[in-house]
Each structure stands twice: as structure tokens, then as C-alpha cells.
Design a protein around this ligand. Structure first.
Ligand code: MF3
Ligand code: CO
Ligand code: CO
Length: 253
């Protein structure tokens, strides 16, 4: 069940690819503003990865056609970048990037707010970020995997947002998607499964202003809220150490 347990030397590689993912975000961040298309963001990422000897883990994965996922407003996950999806004032967009470098994968996503965003949208984005950070902070050896979802619920529920149940975090390392699955809501089945040093996985909560119910577009990928409510997501790849957890997908000093 805990397939993605890695040795210290592998942690070094995971730091390197995670750093690359973080630097790619820093490279594109200033360009993510009103008037840019999600297709252009995809191209910028592709160029950055190529220049750094890395590649997108998404491209070609189960036939996925692009390098990143760009999920705008009511899109929960897996929005496909397009030249005719142009970001405009008031939009919120998630950019999700998984890269492979020297055989290891790093997976992270961030939210971007375009121009003047409504207060509720801003609260959604902030609450999701807080939920991810709170979940990371409780991770460590001996902690049940169910504590992740429990912690996310504690942060999100007071705001009245719903938590998506259709998509999960995942073990990661030499492959992009591995066991264990990481639930973003409390599920008692995970009470008995405890984190161990070396375990590497993502946490990637998706929360919504309305119902969490989701539907998939005709493209077979784009998942959006049924009621048209806004959706936000943040993601990091983390590793369990002897005394806690480290975030791989942050820039190294
Ligand atoms: N990065 C996504 C995740 O968090 C995976 C995207 S798979 C794709 O797991 F095929 F849609 F790109
Ligand atoms: Co991701
Ligand atoms: Co992921």
C-alpha cells in the first residue's frame, strides 16, 4: 500500500526536480495576467523544461495532449491549455505542473488571481492554500494518512466551501502516480495506515464555492463543477523524514 518509499539518495533527486518545478513557476508567474492564453502558458513551460533538460510528465500520459493543466474558474482539475482560452480580469486559474528530471517526478500546482478578483474567490484561493499548508504541517512518521483529510476539513468547513472527492493526492517518485492514494477528506479506512520515513506523496486539495459534484467535458479531461461554482487547488510534493515532512516543490536556497 505504501509503494512510494524512497532512500535518502532518492530524496536528493526529488529535491532537484522539485526545485526545477518551483523555478518554472517563478519563471512564468509574472506572465500570468489578463490577455494571456492558457496555451501560451503551456508553451512557456515547455520551453523552460526543455532548456533545463527536463520534460513534462503530463504530455502523452494516457493520451493527455499538453504539458500542464490549466483550470480556470469552475474547472476543478485537468483543464487543457488552449490558445483560445484567454485569461481575463476576475478569473482564478490553477496551473498544475508535473516534471520529470533524471528519472524522478515532481508535481505541484498554484493558483493565480487575474486582476480584480471577487472577495469570495480570494477567500477560496486563500483557504485552499491554508488547508494544504495545515495538512503538510501535521505530516510525519507514525501519523495516520487519515489525518491529512481531517486537517483539511477543519480548515475548509468553517468557510462553507465543499471539498472535491473525485480526485486524490498520490504517491510519486520514479512514477508520477503511485500508491498510496491521499484523500482530502476524512476517511476512517486510512486511520490504520501510518506515514513512514521515506514516503513521498502529493497533497492537492480541491475546494469549491458550491457543490463538489463534478462533470467531465466532451474532451474527456476537463473536470468542472456541475453548478458552475468556482474551484481552487494547491499542490505540493512532500517527503516524510525522521522528524516531520519536507516540501520538495519549493525553490532550494
Ligand atoms: N498533475 C496532475 C496531478 O496532480 C496529473 C495530471 S495528469 C494529466 O496528479 F494527464 F492530466 F496531465
Ligand atoms: Co499535479
Ligand atoms: Co498530483
Amino acid at each position: 500500500m505504501l509503494a512510494s518509499v524512497y532512500a535518502p539518495k532518492d530524496f536528493k533527486r526529488l529535491h532537484v526536480v522539485g526545485d526545477l518545478v518551483a523555478r518554472c513557476f517563478d519563471h512564468i508567474s509574472d506572465h500570468i495576467r489578463a490577455g494571456i492564453s492558457t496555451g501560451e502558458i503551456d508553451s512557456m513551460v515547455a520551453d523552460f523544461l526543455k532548456a533545463n533538460g527536463a520534460k513534462s510528465s503530463d504530455l502523452g500520459y494516457m493520451g493527455y495532449p499538453k504539458n500542464i493543466c490549466t483550470s480556470v474558474n469552475d474547472v476543478i482539475v485537468h483543464g487543457i491549455p488552449r490558445d483560445d482560452v484567454i485569461l481575463k480580469d476576475g478569473d482564478i486559474v490553477n496551473v498544475d505542473l508535473t516534471a520529470e528530471y533524471k528519472g524522478f517526478h515532481g508535481d505541484a500546482s498554484r493558483m493565480f488571481m487575474i486582476g480584480n478578483v471577487s472577495n469570495r474567490a480570494r477567500e477560496l484561493v486563500q483557504t485552499c492554500h491554508d488547508a494544504l499548508n495545515a495538512a503538510i504541517s501535521i505530516c510525519g512518521p507514525g501519523v495516520p494518512l487519515s489525518e491529512i483529510g481531517k486537517t483539511i476539513e477543519q480548515v475548509v468547513k468553517p468557510h462553507g466551501f465543499s471539498i472535491s472527492r473525485d480526485f486524490v493526492g498520490h504517491g510519486i517518485g520514479k512514477v508520477m502516480h503511485d500508491e498510496p492514494q491521499i484523500y482530502h477528506f476524512y476517511d476512517k479506512r486510512w486511520d490504520k495506515v501510518k506515514m513512514v520515513p521515506g514516503l513521498v506523496f502529493t497533497i492537492e486539495p480541491m475546494i469549491n464555492t458550491g457543490s463538489a459534484e463534478c462533470k467531465i467535458d466532451a474532451d474527456g479531461w476537463t473536470a468542472r463543477t456541475v453548478d458552475g461554482g468556482l474551484s481552487a487547488q494547491w499542490e505540493h510534493t512532500i517527503g516524510i523524514t525522521e522528524d516531520g515532512a519536507i516540501i520538495f516543490t519549493e525553490a532550494m536556497n
